[in-house]
Design a protein around this ligand. Structure first.
Ligand code: FRU
Length: 457
């Protein structure tokens, strides 16, 4: 969470001079979106964070209506931020705007100076056929000593696109190519692209707006997707075959990755979705939070997402059960609102089985595995206040087993199924008294092992 007020996208995620830095879209005066600033926090282990002073505020002619999303890179020992300046240029703020890209630099990772010749990339360098308004969210990377930037945009006719630019010095940029485009089924504008190398492949991750649902997939108004392919930096082209959803829950948007000093590719996302109810906006002084950072693993042509090793150092009060034959509902003799679970089910002949979390009077959040449809179903209809609904992820049992790692943290649930083959994230707002945990089965199944740890706070 931000220190106060509003938070949306993660920005400038980087390991710099021995610490993890995370910046974020931030409105520091109200728990509501407003002219964007960049909030800033640092961490030694990606778990415990300290706030630093706000890094960027909208105070220049080229960014007066907001310092929108962007990224960070180290160059000659200094920390560079590249961000979008947002400018409202007419009476209708939702239609009459333009966007440009700007640099800011810091020697100590705390105080940032905006570059004197900003913007470094403006609308005059938008190629024919791309939107003249939506030109935002620069993600920087370097290949063979040359800097590249990917940007989110659209073709003005209902298809999201990603543009790429190149530079020798971060300050002057030339257009390199349009590297991806919606096939017409993938949303009308693409935001927050990220392009990174993993195990010899290139991965393009982005956030399509208003992508229509495909069966149980892409059921949120705005989604996140990735493609695995090869980037041709010379031709400015990215070849890929198919795309995949990143997270199958309710609240996961604008993910950004970084490579750390241990060689891990780590992703963090805004745990929220635009245009949904956020109960903390009423009577609280904050809105928006980040997901746990997750390590990305390349596994047989798809990505897996795993909790970091660092989470284990925060485990307290282990509670363990094993080999329970289950039919009906069993209240587990452990409770809480900030904990980790590691549960292995053997399906046996059960038609469905799962867990109820944050159980209290009339409240429960249900994770149910349905054997016939091979779906894990995350239901928050009875979770408490705030948005309800249900999301489903296709998951195959492994030798009859379903393994779940789950992080419950006051108003959130993050589910890692089958070692991160599928992840599901959602906000929930139960009563503070809804602390129960139960396991259930229709038909008989086996709880091979159930472990719970409180998370030290
Ligand atoms: C994504 C986004 C970005 C933009 C920022 C503004 O959530 O819409 O495209 O830069 O939020 O806060």
């Amino acid at each position: 969470m931000g220190e106060f007020g509003w938070m949306n996208d993660p920005n400038g995620f980087i390991h710099y001079q021995g610490q993890y830095h995370l910046f974020y879209q931030h409105y520091p005066y109200q728990p509501a979106w407003g002219p964007m600033h960049w909030g800033h926090a640092v961490s030694d282990d990606l778990m415990t964070w300290s706030y630093l002073p706000i890094a960027l505020a909208p105070d220049q002619p080229y960014d007066r209506d907001g310092c929108f999303s962007g990224s960070a890179i180290e160059h000659e020992g200094n920390l560079y931020l590249m961000y979008t300046g947002h400018l409202i240029q007419g009476p209708d703020k939702d239609r009459d705007y333009s966007q440009n890209q700007n640099l800011a630099v810091s020697k100590d990772g705390i105080d940032f100076q905006k570059y004197a010749d900003n913007p470094v990339l403006g609308p005059e360098q938008i190629p024919a056929g791309a939107s003249l308004k939506d030109f935002r969210d620069p993600k920087l990377f370097v290949r063979d000593g040359i800097y590249y930037m990917v940007l989110g945009s659209n073709d003005g006719e209902g298809k999201g696109i990603i543009l790429m630019y190149r530079s020798d010095n971060l300050a002057s940029w030339t257009f390199a190519g349009e590297i991806a485009r919606s096939d017409g089924e993938m949303g009308d504008n693409w935001e927050c692209p990220d392009l990174f190398e993993l195990d010899g492949y290139d991965v393009l991750m982005f956030s399509p707006q208003r992508m229509p649902a495909q069966g149980d997939d892409y059921n949120n108004l705005h989604s996140t997707a990735y493609m695995i392919g090869q980037l041709d930096t010379v031709q400015g082209k990215f070849g890929y075959d198919s795309y995949h959803q990143v997270d199958f829950g309710f609240d996961y948007y604008a993910p950004q990755t970084t490579l750390d000093d241990k060689g891990r590719r780590i992703v963090i996302a805004w745990m929220e979705t635009w245009e949904t109810e956020i109960p903390t906006q009423l009577g609280h002084y904050w809105a928006g939070a980040m997901t746990l950072p997750r390590e990305i693993i390349m596994d047989r042509g798809a990505l897996r997402f795993q909790p970091l090793e660092e989470t284990k150092a925060y485990r307290r009060n282990e509670f363990a059960l094993s080999d329970i034959s289950l039919e009906g509902e069993l209240s587990i003799g452990a409770t809480g609102n900030c904990y980790e679970l590691e549960v292995v089910f053997r399906a046996d002949e059960a038609q469905s089985f799962g867990l109820n979390l944050r159980v209290g009077e009339g409240e429960r959040t249900t994770l149910r595995y349905c054997a016939a449809s091979e779906k894990l179903i995350f239901n928050r209809e009875l979770s408490g206040i705030g948005p309800g609904g249900e999301r489903r992820a296709s998951i195959k049992l492994h030798d009859g087993l379903l393994k779940l790692r789950i992080f419950v943290d006051l108003s959130s649930i993050e589910i890692f199924a089958q070692d991160g083959e599928k992840v599901m994230t959602g906000r929930i707002y139960p009563s503070e008294h809804s602390l129960g945990i139960s396991a259930f089965a229709q038909g008989r199944c086996d709880v091979v092992s159930f472990k719970k740890w409180d998370i030290q706070v």
